[in-house]
Write a protein that binds this ligand. Structure first.
Ligand code: HEC
Ligand code: HEC
Ligand code: HEC
Ligand code: HEC
Length: 151
């Protein structure tokens, strides 16, 4: 942290891995001698990065019958591994987290003020909460029972 001040800043945010508290350390996620210490850059490196999370978070990294393809992009598309202002280390705490990949449908077929995602009108659902806290797509990491990642 003496050299990586920006990282120190991230670990000072309200939600963070308990490194400053001394319960974890940097090398549980980083290989200090590895060639990809700074950024896991797609492909195999990404798989290794997810593996480093799997050591402690098996519920999210086990195989699912209905996978969420977002997981192929790595945990960091949704989580900041060091720290975040948001609960669960999320990079965003509203539906924009999901809308980055699941674009809202636009066009004349969509009534004014309505939010369509895929073929489904989500307007009423999104008044209840986010995509995952509204009680709908609660299985964000993958599901064994529902292709739409519910339950
Ligand atoms: C929970 C796992 C985890 C811990 C603990 C962790 N890191 Fe990271 N770190 C990552 C991941 C994953 C990335 C890649 C982030 C990305 O690609 O967006 C990363 C990226 C970085 C980077 C690249 C710059 C950046 O911010 O993206 C530096 C430098 C770094 N970490 C240093 C540290 C230091 C120093 C510590 C200990 C004080 C530490 N990390 C602890 C997972 C971790
Ligand atoms: C060495 C074990 C370890 C590793 C490796 C690890 N974590 Fe964690 N993770 C923890 C601990 C401990 C906590 C704090 C749990 C708590 O406070 O209840 C945590 C918390 C989290 C949380 C927040 C959970 C919550 O309920 O707020 C997320 C999200 C998370 N980790 C994601 C990741 C990701 C992504 C990686 C890989 C880049 C990773 N973790 C690597 C041990 C680990
Ligand atoms: C598509 C976005 C996305 C990706 C990719 C993702 N997560 Fe998550 N994760 C979430 C959301 C959203 C939550 C909050 C769920 C909730 O509060 O019900 C969450 C919650 C968590 C939690 C807290 C679980 C709990 O019971 O509170 C952990 C730990 C976690 N994720 C680890 C991971 C790991 C490890 C990876 C990569 C293997 C990963 N996540 C990839 C979106 C994602
Ligand atoms: C990095 C990109 C990415 C992010 C971020 C992302 N997804 Fe996905 N998601 C995908 C891809 C790719 C698929 C598979 C192709 C498809 O069905 O659109 C998918 C599939 C799904 C499906 C299954 C759709 C079906 O009918 O088969 C649901 C539900 C879903 N995602 C919900 C979410 C939720 C909820 C979030 C936010 C927590 C989220 N996604 C964030 C990329 C992403």
């Amino acid at each position: 942290m003496e050299c990586h001040l920006d990282v120190q800043g991230e670990f000072s945010l309200p939600q963070h891995h308990p490194v400053p508290e001394g319960f974890m350390n940097c090398v549980q996620c980083h290989d200090p001698h590895g060639e990809d210490i700074f950024k896991a850059a797609g492909g195999l490196a990404m798989a290794r990065q997810n593996e480093s999370c799997a050591a402690c978070h098996q519920d999210q990294t086990r195989p699912f019958i209905f996978e969420h393809e977002a997981m192929h992009e790595g945990c960091t598309v949704c989580h900041n591994p060091h720290g975040s202002i948001n609960e669960k280390l999320l990079v965003e705490d509203d539906p924009n987290l999901c809308l980055r990949c699941h674009a809202q449908v636009q066009g004349p077929s969509v009534p004014a003020g309505h939010i369509y995602i895929g073929t489904i009108d989500h307007t009423a659902f999104l008044q209840i909460g986010t995509c995952w806290t509204s009680g709908c797509h609660t299985a964000v990491h993958g599901s064994n029972i529902d292709i739409r990642l519910r339950y």
